[in-house]
Design a protein around this ligand. Structure first.
Ligand code: FES
Length: 162
C-alpha cells in the first residue's frame, strides 16, 4: 500500500498554521499515526512550534503518536463506565489479545486503548470498535466482536493464499 507523503499532504493544504489539526488528521489517516519525523516536517512547513504539534497530537483522541493496529478498540474508563465494569472489559480484551493492559498486538492487528469519557455516560460502559460506538458493552459482546474480526482476518489470509 502506498501512502501520500507528509509533504504531499501538507502541499494539498495551504500550509497555514491554523490548518494544523486538518494536516495532522490527514497524516493520521494516511499513515496511521504521527511519527516524530512527520511532526518535525509539519512544524517546519506550517511554522508551528514543534511543542504545539505534539500538544495537538496528544490532545486529540483521533490522533496518535504511535502506530495503531488495523483494528482499534477504544474503551471508556471514565467514572460512569468504570463503575459499570469497563475495567473488566479492558482486562478481558487485553488477555484475549495477549497484551498487558491495552496497547497494540505484536502482529499489528489490534490496538486496545483507553479514554476518559466518550460523552455518553448514561449508556455505559461505552466502547468504540473500529469507529462504531457500542453502548452497554458486555464481555460477551466484546468477545464476539473480537472473534468476528479474527475470523474475518483468517478468512482473508486464506483467500490471499488462494
Ligand atoms: S464515563 Fe464513559 S462515556 Fe462518560
Amino acid at each position: 500500500m502506498t501512502h501520500a507523503s507528509v509533504e504531499t499532504i501538507i502541499g494539498e493544504r495551504r500550509s497555514q498554521p491554523h490548518q494544523l489539526i486538518e494536516v495532522l488528521q490527514d497524516i493520521q489517516e494516511a499513515h496511521g499515526y504521527i511519527s516524530q519525523e512527520a511532526a518535525t516536517t509539519v512544524s517546519a512547513h506550517l511554522g508551528v512550534p514543534l511543542i504545539e504539534v505534539y500538544r495537538a497530537a496528544s490532545f486529540y483522541k483521533a490522533l496518535s503518536l504511535e502506530p495503531r493496529g488495523k483494528h482499534v478498540i477504544t474503551l471508556c474508563m471514565g467514572t460512569a463506565c468504570h463503575v459499570r465494569g469497563s475495567h473488566v472489559l479492558l482486562d478481558q480484551a487485553s488477555s484475549k489479545l495477549g497484551m498487558d493492559n491495552g496497547g497494540t498486538t505484536k502482529d499489528g492487528l489490534f490496538t486496545v486503548e483507553r479514554v476518559n469519557c466518550l460523552g455518553a455516560c448514561a449508556i455505559g460502559p461505552v466502547a468504540v470498535f473500529n469507529d462504531v460506538y457500542h453502548h452497554h458493552m458486555t464481555s460477551a459482546k466484546l468477545s464476539s466482536l473480537i472473534d468476528a474480526v479474527l475470523t474475518a482476518e483468517k478468512a482473508g489470509e486464506a483467500d490471499a493464499q488462494g
